[in-house]
Write a protein that binds this ligand. Structure first.
Ligand SMILES: Nc1ncnc2c1ncn2[C@@H]1O[C@H](COP(=O)(O)OP(=O)(O)OP(=O)(O)O)[C@@H](O)[C@H]1O
Length: 245
């Protein structure tokens, strides 16, 4: 079973046609980077994968369940598909540890001792185990984003969606977050779908690069073909030459 399948997906915001005939299959364990100009539909596409945006037509199958079917339980999908946003939205009045333990307790009913053990493991994984008792405001933006990643990981999802996770950070914080995303990408049991403007990261970490413009997927290549070869689509070639030179 593929992790994510788009079949002829169409998305509208009112009259605005935001996604046109999207057809994509993403296999478990892939690391897919979505790039393209501002307003091309990248966020819309990944937000539709965990039901934050509703598609109008077509079929969108995530972890075997069809999101277009009104009977599909979106919470079952969200248990397996985590999301990391540009703004990390930690609960300001809860400690770092509590921020991480909250969803597994409420959604998965994970036993308290096990929940704490997993939370500390994930904090360790993002290099911030010593920050567990602190409040979010005591941490830098980059550290807060690493906590947001640990929080997603604590749900032990099959798939993680990243929507420009470094674009709200001060430049000196970006690498720490990208390095953690890199370790996640190397975990072959995890599927990652990443919207980013960090081309160095895409070049190093992606298995696959999807280029979008005007709500359409115009290029879908292996990383090597995209960055080393010539993308076959003219707009993708132009975009690439602008960002790499
Ligand atoms: N809630 C909304 N209501 C109406 N239009 C929207 C809404 N969200 C997005 N759009 C429009 O849909 C188009 C695609 O937006 P989207 O955020 O998916 O693009 P993007 O490629 O992620 O852009 P960026 O790189 O700037 O974040 C844009 O023209 C945007 O203005």
């Amino acid at each position: 079973m593929s992790m994510i399948e788009f079949h002829h997906v169409e998305k509208y915001y009112g009259d605005f046609h935001a996604l046109h005939d999207i057809n994509l299959t993403i296999e478990a364990g892939e690391t897919v980077v979505l790039i393209g100009p501002s307003g091309s539909g990248k966020s819309t596409l990944i937000r539709s994968v965990n039901g934050l945006e509703q598609i109008r037509d077509g079929q969108l199958i995530v972890n075997g369940q069809d999101l277009a079917n009104p009977k599909t339980d979106i919470n079952r999908i969200r248990k397996n598909v985590g999301m990391v946003f540009q703004h990390f939205n930690l609960y300001a009045n809860k400690t770092i540890l509590e921020n991480i333990m909250l969803a597994p307790r409420i959604v998965l009913h994970r036993d308290e001792a096990e929940n704490k053990k997993v939370a500390m493991e994930m904090l360790d994984r993002v290099g911030l185990a010593d920050q567990a008792p602190k409040m979010p405001a005591q941490l830098s933006g980059g550290q807060q984003q690493r906590i947001a990643i640990a929080r997603s990981l604590a749900m032990k999802p099959k798939c993680l969606l990243f929507d420009e996770p470094t674009s709200a950070l001060d430049p000196e914080m970006v690498d720490d977050v990208l390095n953690i995303m890199k370790t996640i990408a190397q975990d072959s049991s995890m599927t990652s779908l990443i919207v980013t403007h960090e081309m160095g990261f895409a070049r190093e970490v992606a298995n696959r690069v999807i280029f979008m413009a005007d709500g359409r997927v115009l290029e879908d290549d292996s990383k090597d073909k995209f960055f080393n070869g010539e993308p076959s689509n003219e707009r993708a070639r132009q975009f690439l030459s602008k960002i790499l030179h």
